[in-house]
Design a protein around this ligand. Structure first.
Ligand SMILES: Cc1cc2nc3c(=O)[nH]c(=O)nc-3n(C[C@H](O)[C@H](O)[C@H](O)COP(=O)(O)OP(=O)(O)OC[C@H]3O[C@@H](n4cnc5c(N)ncnc54)[C@H](O)[C@@H]3O)c2cc1C
Length: 366
């Protein structure tokens, strides 16, 4: 039996716990300082930008493709196992192209995806207007439609993963911050909270922005910085556009996400800390600019009722690509799975596969 302790229960920790608790020889314990999905995961809209992303090769694409494939089976599997319904949208992502000079890039992506076995459609402005009559169409030179990309509700998914992992025997400890580790000869032997000590043969740190402080307690650098994102949830009198075609729409990096019940999410700003700040403060002008971008491409939003504004902090690796999935320097039995920045919900399944491959001693697929 191998005792695995996972520190952090956002989408990444919950996914790692679920996938690994299914292995017969592992006993999984997950510890979080709050309730599950209350970190960055709680602020995400859960858009899975796979086929439509411009990442086409190397690690970037392999992680995306592994997650795309796993999501196809994961949601029905989890819903059947746990009885939890996980709201998701499988009507694809429609990206509005307003720059004629960008079209060759989309055409080349379409050809590439076709060779990779994934559909990507390039629509005329007329077809965009017919499919989505609520969009203004102003300046739109094409619609890039990706039918295999989807969106899921991150908190509901996290909760289902927790319940699924519990059904496979995993134990969860909530509202207890991990304060440190017991070590012997470069190995962590236990994870400690104020109340308890959890013996460990292996540890996975999935603590998002909290990973830096945890690394420090073990004398290792885990350089992550917070990047703030704000969003707005609105209600409209009736579904926007065609009732039976409600994809995620984006233009100029502003997403319009159907949430059901005539509600939509508009997100998200991308706000970096200034030189003087350790943590960025939410900037109302950036929120307003995002909102005006959304209203420009979907004018009906101007009459929507704003229900909520929210914000969250994305964990972004400093000076290197996201995410970080590798052993912690100086501690051979501690694995980092963190720093997922803007794609943690999407890349969680591929991350869990990498963690599993590492623990089993085989080559991580991605
Ligand atoms: C506004 C916004 C929109 C986003 N939209 C998307 C999107 O559409 N699609 C997408 O894929 N991604 C999106 N993201 C990014 C995504 O939210 C993150 O990449 C992802 O949630 C990171 O997950 P995580 O599990 O690593 O971290 P977190 O969700 O932050 O979880 C880390 C957990 O570790 C716990 N923790 C920290 N320190 C300790 C400690 N010492 N002891 C115990 N527990 C600890 C925390 O309590 C927390 O629960 C968005 C982010 C934001 C802010």
């Amino acid at each position: 039996m191998t005792r695995l302790v996972v520190v952090g229960c956002g989408i990444v920790g919950a996914m790692v716990a679920y996938e690994l608790s299914r292995l017969p020889h592992l006993v999984v314990t997950v510890i979080d300082q709050q309730l599950p999905g209350h970190g960055a995961t709680g602020a995400a809209l859960g858009i899975l930008m796979g086929v439509i992303s411009q990442k086409t090769k190397g690690r970037n694409w392999r992680l995306r493709e592994a997650s795309l494939r796993r999501y196809q089976t994961l949601l029905p599997e989890l819903e059947a196992l746990t009885g939890i319904s996980i709201p998701h949208n499988h009507q694809g992502i429609l990206s509005l192209c307003t720059d004629p000079e960008a079209l060759p890039r989309w055409e080349s992506l379409q050809a590439r995806r076709s060779r990779q076995g994934w559909p990507l459609e390039i629509w005329s402005p007329q077809r965009v207007q017919a499919a989505c009559p609520h969009l203004s169409g102003a300046g739109v030179v094409a619609g890039i439609y990706s039918p295999c990309d989807r969106q899921i509700a991150p908190k509901a998914l996290t909760q289902a993963l927790v319940k699924g992992a519990q059904q496979y025997g995993a134990e969860f400890i909530f509202n207890h911050p991990v304060q440190g580790f017991d070590t012997t000869d470069g190995r962590v032997t236990a994870v400690t909270t104020a109340a308890d000590r959890y013996p460990a043969d292996a540890v996975v740190i999935t603590a998002g922005l909290g990973s830096t402080a945890l690394g420090q307690t073990l004398g290792a650098q885990v350089p992550l910085g917070p990047v703030l994102g704000q969003g707005i949830r609105v209600r409209v009198p009736a579904p926007l556009g065609n009732d039976n075609f409600q994809p995620v729409i984006n233009s100029h990096d502003v997403h319009l996400v159907p949430l059901g019940g005539n509600e939509y999410g508009v997100a998200a700003t991308v706000e970096f800390p200034t030189d003087m700040e350790r943590q960025p403060q939410a900037d109302p002008t950036q929120l307003e600019a995002m909102w005006q971008t959304a209203v420009a491409y979907c004018p009906a939003l101007a009459h929507a009722t704003q229900l909520e504004q929210w914000q969250g902090l994305r964990p972004r690796p400093q000076g290197r690509a996201a995410p970080i999935v590798e052993p912690l320097t100086g501690h051979e039995n501690v694995l980092l799975a963190t720093g997922h920045y803007r794609n943690g919900v999407f890349l969680a399944p591929a991350t869990a596969q990498q963690v599993q491959a590492h623990l089993l001693g085989c080559d991580p697929r991605p």
